[in-house]
Design a protein around this ligand. Structure first.
Ligand code: NAD
Length: 522
């Protein structure tokens, strides 16, 4: 791989093949195939409960708008409390009957792998739905989101018959068994930035461990979730085991969070809403709550970096990928003051390549924001940054206005102080704050001065410094000379207000299971 082709950022969540790492990779080829699906594309737009598509009990729908051009794609069932009740009943009945929770793990694996093969078969259609629904480039949907979602569910399917229970080292006159049981009915509430992938991170381990699931996709991006539930039924996942309820957070999401017969919520989204779920749980049945929430990841650039151009290209990709709508977005570059000007200039040069283009063009690197509200939110933060006294070194404006879609230029702020709102708050857009430091201690202090602790990155050629700083950083993932390392085998989650629990890897299985101790006196 030549220098330059390998430099593009790989988001936190992708498994190989990474989009754009080789010229016209299989990912690009997949992206180019999408056009053949456009004429025949249909939108499943109802709830999926007990193995059937159904309208919301109220008959209400909401508009599903494509952010690419602001046009209506379809109207989607707007589920609410009554639909949550119906789905929970179906999920509980399936769980209690043991049609999934009580079958041989190898059988679950077989059905899940069949589901994987159906998702694989429909991957271009799903990639296209993802791009139309949330505005990410087709090369990313086809080359990143789809292969990574497929790999995730496949990986967890494989765990079904490979993870063992334990015997405790108890007294010789006893047997002390530690067994794992599915937790029951799981509500999975997910965001819109990687709609299918975030759903897969929940569905893979939750279903592999035998639970029944009710998935509530974000209202901005419900289409792929609905479609894969249909494919799950086709694969043989029994009715009621996987239900999908499109709808709004304050209604459907809250009803799920407060339901007395939901045993667990697996949530990915903002820190603010994550805290709501803790409250819902406390005010209802004390259901288990796992949270993957926000981030404001530091990207520390020491003066001895091995390759400044590579670090700058990765810094640009680390914030501009997916229009910055990434929980691990490397949104704070914390750079040694000795190389600050040179480094920022290089990042700005790379930012040029991230100007938003048509998401349906396979060559596009950056697409739109997810919707108008998110675009307005990001633009308002750019305004806040200006008013706080930071300077814009690149971008700073809305783009492609004439398309009717919602695009923002890649934006770089200089002269940022870590106390400013643009350095403290999660903007969730393509906006980079650059901050300088004088010594290692100051770099660490600035990096840790955040309510978040999802991911941190550092660049140095000094192995001792790398280890010392990595230990001092309060984050669930620390990348050294990279921004988004780790595939499905690595646990992912946050310190501080970035979450509770871990997604990905075998560790994710733990949260979907109860641990039972059975003691036998011999
Ligand atoms: P969000 O918190 O607004 O919404 C997430 C989900 O919660 C959606 O399904 C939404 O409908 C639902 N929801 C919203 N309000 C609710 C309420 N009052 N009660 C119950 N449910 C409610 O987040 P978002 O805007 O969809 O996504 C962006 C956020 O997600 C960012 O903060 C980002 O950092 C975070 N995120 C975290 C990770 C991670 O793994 N840590 C990954 C991706 C995104």
């Amino acid at each position: 791989m030549t220098r330059g082709t390998a430099l593009k950022a790989v988001p936190f969540c992708y498994d190989p093949p990474y989009p754009g790492t080789v010229p016209r990779s299989p990912a690009m080829a997949a992206a180019e195939d999408y056009r053949s699906h456009l004429p025949s594309l249909t939108y499943r737009n109802q709830a999926f409960i007990a193995g059937k598509f159904t309208a919301a009990a109220s008959g209400k729908t909401f508009d599903c708008i494509s952010p690419i051009d602001g046009k209506l794609l379809t109207r989607v069932a707007e589920c609410d409390k009554e639909d949550v009740d119906r789905a929970v009943k179906a999920a509980r009945a399936a769980f209690d009957k043991g049609v999934w929770s009580g079958v041989a793990p190898a059988y679950r694996k077989k059905i899940m792998l069949k589901w994987v093969s159906l998702i694989e078969k429909h991957k271009e259609e799903l990639a296209l739905l993802e791009t139309l629904d949330m505005g990410k480039p087709i090369a990313n949907s086809a080359g990143g989101d789809l292969p990574s979602s497929i790999r995730c569910i496949q990986w967890y399917a494989e765990t079904c018959d490979k993870v063992y229970d334990e015997l405790a080292p108890a007294r010789p006159d006893s047997i002390s068994m530690i067994t794992r049981e599915p937790i029951g009915v799981v509500g999975a509430v997910v965001p819109w930035n990687f709609p299918l992938l975030m759903a897969s991170w929940k569905l893979g381990p939750a279903l592999a461990t035998g639970n029944s699931v009710i998935l509530k996709p974000a209202e901005q991006s419900p289409l792929t979730a609905i479609r894969i539930a249909e494919l799950a039924a086709e694969a043989g996942i029994p009715d009621g085991v996987l239900n999908v309820l499109p709808g709004f957070g304050e209604t459907a999401g809250q009803a799920l969070g407060r339901h007395m017969d939901v045993d667990m919520i697996a949530f990915t989204g903002s820190t603010e809403v994550g805290k709501y779920f803790l409250r819902y749980s406390g005010e209802s049945n004390m259901k288990h709550i796992a949270l993957e929430t926000g981030g404001k990841s530091p990207n520390i650039i020491f003066a001895d970096i091995p390759d400044m151009d590579k670090a700058a290209a990765t810094a640009a990709g680390g914030i501009f990928y997916n229009s910055g709508q990434v929980c691990t977005a490397a949104s704070r570059v914390i750079v040694d003051e000795k190389i600050k000007d040179q480094f920022i200039e290089l990042v700005a040069r790379h930012a040029e390549k991230w100007r938003p283009q048509d998401p349906l063009d396979p060559k596009t690197q950056m697409g739109s924001m997810v919707d108008e509200a998110q675009m307005d939110r990001v633009l308002s933060y750019i305004d806040i940054g200006r008013k706080e006294g930071a300077k814009i070194a690149f971008g700073g404006e809305r783009a492609r206005r004439n398309t009717g879609g919602y695009y923002v230029e890649p934006t770089i702020f200089t002269e940022v102080k870590n106390s400013m709102r643009i350095a403290q708050e999660e903007i969730f857009g393509p906006v980079l704050s650059t901050i300088s430091f004088k010594d290692d201690a100051e770099a660490v202090r600035i990096a840790n001065d955040s309510i978040y602790g999802l991911q941190a990155n550092l660049w140095t050629r000094d192995i001792t410094r790398a280890h010392k700083v990595a230990r001092a950083l309060k984050a669930g993932t620390v990348n050294i000379n990279a921004t988004d390392g780790g595939d499905i085998t690595a646990p992912f989650g946050g310190y501080k207000q970035s979450g509770i629990g871990r997604d990905k890897s075998l560790h994710a299985l733990e949260k979907y299971q109860q641990i039972k101790h059975t003691y036998i006196q011999l």
